[in-house]
Structures are given as structure tokens and as C-alpha cells.
Design a protein around this ligand. Structure first.
Ligand SMILES: *Cc1c(COP(=O)(O)O)cnc(C)c1O
Length: 458
């Protein structure tokens, strides 16, 4: 008999989580203004708000914390981190930052001027924020396949090379760099193929442009290349990572994702001129060059995390769990962005709460229903997150309306996935009874989803 699948780790430390009653949750939701960001974490049973900084460190990472060198300048932990990054990515110059958006802030301060254009594939919201706040424009060149949630395609995170060439042809003088997000978070944790990365590189070379990879989930992207792209089946994850980064000039990294730490980030590049110009911003914004925004011990744990998470067994366990949840949803008929992404399932609320008008925020309504059902916290990646158009101040209803169920790394078991799937099934089964959604009673001008206050309409 073939041996069944099991996780590539065992558990050494546990953290209790508590259930609650529907009555309790209804009161808590009201107090939280129907915005799950405003719930207290101990009012949540299974927390799928984000996979960012919510994973479990390994015994080796906890051990590395004790060896951290807290010297202000030239800490050994910095050199351990720098050497690990160079070994995995090929990039020689490294600047640590306190998280991914800080890496963007430092590097973009050096590279972006007002009026610039930065093409890429579905820029992440902080990336877009750091581009737009500099009065530059982020142009989305993601493949159209990503918009059809029911289409099964292996690399829905890809850049549409024609769209990119069009932007390069018409605006070449305004483009400081191209940015490719791996995996494509906003499109549903969908990977980008090596073939596509190579095509972006070739186009960038043709126009004399540099390329940055927003690399929060580069290891998951490498795993998908190994299992989905022809020719890489027998490659190690580390060799695929090196091959990926050959196509970039530099990277920004949120280490809270594939770095397997709770806080941290960095910039890495092969170009001395980029390093020199970013240095000027690192010191005032983040800190001295050999710690940036990080403790020595945290750099030590990150070095171990990067090494562990670029091994096949670790990634297989991770992606297998996300796919396991997807299979359960298939059994129950619940629609989501197909195929399952690397770090999350993006449930397609527009295909579930068909009776709730767009103006009443179906995905936020589904997020609230799922919390009421079982204390599960997802995150709306839809019309509320999309904010208003900066010029017309109208809500933007042209994108997708998802509930993202992000799966923290090494944190929950497949039994928790069963609970999530069953709770969603229960809501799905009564979907036609849900006819009214929510209205906004207070909102911030930008990034409103964190603090928005809502009221139910029914
Ligand atoms: C999380 C994330 C960021 C920002 O990183 P933080 O660590 O949250 O500041 C940037 N890009 C992508 C693709 C991300 O997922």
C-alpha cells in the first residue's frame, strides 16, 4: 500500500485557542462595527486574516534567536543573513528593513520621481501606495486569465508581455524599473512562470530597464515552478530560486511571509549604484546599514527561516494544506479563484451572495457571515479594500470581490481546514436567504478597510 501523506514536521509547542457561541460573536461583531480587523484576536477561533507574520518558527529558528549579535554596527547576525540571501538569490548587496513596506519606502525613495510610470503585475497595495504617494503611476499588466476565477491555468500571476511592451514602447523615458510580484498576491496567490520571468527580462533588456521582484512569496512561487512548469521537475527549490533571481536586478522582501519570521524585511540587489543610493534613505528611515529595522536575533532567525523555507518538504507541506482546503470546498461546491493559490483561498463572493447588490459589499457580508457561523476570521479583498476613485470619489466596483482565507505557515492542522470548509458550506447552503449586505457609516480616505465602520442593512 502506498503510504499516505503527512506533514514534514512534528509539534513541540502549542497555543490554546477557544471557541465561542454565536450569541457572543454577534455582540462582538456589533462592537467591532462589522469590521473583523476591529475584533480582538481572542474573539477568533481560527484566524485566517493573513499569513503575514502569523506563522510558527521552528526549533532551529528559536535556537538562532539566542545566538543573535546585537552589536550596533557590523553584527555577525547581519553577515549570516547577508550570506544566506546571497546564496539563495545571488544578490550581493543587502539592506535589512523592519518589514516589506519599509523596503519599498527606502528603495523607492531612491528610484521613483513624480510623473514616473512603474508597470507590473497587480502591484500589492503597499507597493501601489508607495508609488502613488510619490505622484507616480502603477500600471497593471497582469494576464487577463487572472480575472476569470473559474478558469484553471497554471500561472495566472503572469505578466501580459504584450501589455508590458505597450507601456514600454510609449513611456520608456518615464519608467525607472519594472516590478514583478512573486507570487501574485492580489490575483489570488497565483504564481509566475520562469518562462514569463525570462520574457519580462528580455523585454526589459530591449528597452534598457531594470527589474525588481516583490518577493514576499518567492519560495512558494519556486515550488509551483517545480511542480507545474515543464523542465524543472528535477530541480531543487534552491536552484530554481537562483534561476528566478537571475532575471531580476533587485528585490524587496516582506520576510513575514516566506522568511518564516513574525517581523522583518529587506532589500537585496546586484547593483552597487542601487545599494549606494538606497543607503542614504535606510539610515534616517530604518537604522544603520547592518541592522536596518531589525534586531540581531531576528536577523539570525530570518537567515534560518529562509534556508528552511527553500526546501521542498517544507513547501510541499504548506501548499498541500492549502490544496486540501480547496478540495473540501470543491466537494461542497463553494467557488474560489482556481486553482488554489500558494498562501490562501480566495472565495469568490460574487458567485455566492448573488442576491446582495454590489453596493452592499457581498464579500464583506460573507466575511461577517463566516465569522458569525464559526468564529473564523477571513479578510475582504474586494470592493471595500478597493477604496474610492481618487478623482470621482465613487466606490470602485470594477475589480473582483473576494473573501481571502489566508493560511498561516505551520500553524493549523488539516482538522482546522475541515472546520473552515464546513463553516463555509453552512453559509453557502443558506446563501439565497442572504439578501441584504452592509452599509458604510464611517470610512478613512485611504486604506479604509482597516478602520471602516459598517452597519447591517437587514
Ligand atoms: C505583505 C506584502 C508586502 C508588504 O510587506 P509588509 O511586510 O506587510 O510591510 C509587499 N508585497 C507583497 C506581495 C506582500 O504580500
Amino acid at each position: 500500500m502506498e503510504l499516505p501523506y503527512a506533514e514534514s514536521w512534528k509539534i513541540k509547542m502549542v497555543e490554546p485557542i477557544v471557541k465561542s457561541t454565536r450569541e457572543q460573536r454577534e455582540l462582538w461583531l456589533k462592537d467591532a462595527n462589522y469590521n473583523v480587523f476591529q475584533l480582538r484576536a481572542d474573539q477568533v477561533y481560527i484566524d485566517c486574516l493573513t499569513d503575514s507574520g502569523t506563522g510558527a518558527m521552528s526549533d532551529r529558528q528559536w535556537a538562532a534567536l539566542m545566538t543573535g549579535d546585537e552589536s550596533y554596527a557590523g553584527a555577525r547576525s547581519f553577515y549570516e543573513l547577508k550570506d544566506t540571501i546571497a546564496r539563495i538569490t545571488g544578490f550581493e548587496y543587502v539592506i535589512p528593513t523592519h518589514q516589506g513596506r519599509a523596503a519599498e519606502n527606502v528603495l523607492f525613495s531612491a528610484l521613483i520621481k513624480p510623473g514616473d510610470i512603474i508597470p507590473g503585475n497587480s502591484h500589492f497595495d503597499t507597493t501601489k501606495g508607495h508609488i502613488e504617494s510619490r505622484h507616480a503611476l502603477a500600471v497593471d499588466c497582469t494576464v487577463d486569465e487572472a480575472k476569470d476565477t473559474q478558469l484553471e491555468a497554471p500561472f495566472k500571476g503572469n505578466v501580459d508581455i504584450k501589455k508590458l511592451e505597450n507601456v514600454l514602447e510609449h513611456n520608456s523615458d518615464k519608467i525607472p524599473f519594472i516590478i514583478v510580484t512573486i507570487t501574485n498576491n492580489t490575483a489570488g496567490g497565483q504564481p509566475v512562470s520562469l518562462e514569463n520571468l525570462k520574457a519580462v527580462r528580455a523585454l526589459a533588456d530591449k528597452y534598457g530597464k531594470r527589474v525588481i521582484f516583490d518577493s514576499a512569496r518567492f519560495a512558494e512561487n519556486a515550488y509551483f515552478i517545480k511542480v507545474r512548469e515543464k523542465g524543472y521537475e528535477d530541480w531543487t527549490i534552491k536552484d530554481i530560486c537562483l534561476e528566478i533571481f537571475k532575471n531580476a536586478d533587485g528585490m524587496t522582501m516582506s520576510a513575514k511571509k516566506d522568511g518564516l519570521v513574525n517581523m522583518g524585511g529587506f532589500i537585496a540587489t546586484r547593483h552597487e549604484d542601487w545599494y549606494e543610493s538606497a543607503k542614504k534613505y535606510c539610515i534616517p528611515f530604518e537604522g544603520y546599514l547592518t541592522y536596518g529595522g531589525m534586531n540581531g536575533r531576528d536577523m539570525a532567525a530570518l537567515a534560518v527561516g529562509l534556508d528552511e523555507n527553500t526546501e521542498y518538504d517544507m513547501l510541499h507541506t504548506r501548499i498541500h494544506q492549502v490544496e486540501y482546503l480547496a478540495k473540501k470546498l470543491d466537494e461542497y461546491g463553494v467557488p474560489y479563484q482556481r486553482p488554489a493559490g500558494g498562501h490562501a483561498i480566495f472565495v469568490d463572493a460574487s458567485l455566492i451572495l448573488t442576491k446582495v447588490p454590489k453596493e452592499e459589499f457581498p464579500a464583506q457580508t460573507l466575511t461577517v457571515e463566516l465569522y458569525k457561523e464559526a468564529g473564523i476570521r477571513g479578510c475582504e479583498i474586494g470592493y471595500i479594500l478597493a477604496d474610492r476613485d481618487p478623482v470621482t470619489r465613487e466606490n470602485r466596483f470594477d475589480g473582483l470581490d473576494f473573501v481571502r482565507l489566508a493560511i498561516p505557515r505551520r500553524t493549523y492542522t488539516d482538522n482546522h481546514m475541515n472546520v473552515i470548509a464546513a463553516a463555509l458550506k453552512n453559509v453557502y447552503d443558506r446563501r439565497n436567504e442572504i439578501k441584504r449586505g452592509l452599509k458604510i457609516v464611517w470610512e478613512a480616505e485611504l486604506m479604509r478597510h482597516f478602520t471602516v465602520k459598517l452597519e447591517p442593512l437587514a
